[in-house]
Write a new protein. Sequence first.
Length: 74
Amino acid sequence: MGLEDAINDAVNKGKDFIEQNKDKIDEALHSEQAEGISDTILGGAADLAKKVAPGAAEQIDGVRENLDKSVGNE
């Protein structure tokens, strides 16, 4: 088995795992704990982006808001 076959095998196993655990994954992504973690990570990333590109603060906040809606329960 070559490297490409090993990578394809790993990807397929990952897909199978996700399909078999879709409900549990969705529940975890929309949990209180996920909300807290995502708020911390997205807040830090947004702050860093604003330091790098201070003129784009409004756009950065918009992106952060859209991402935050996808993770957590708020």
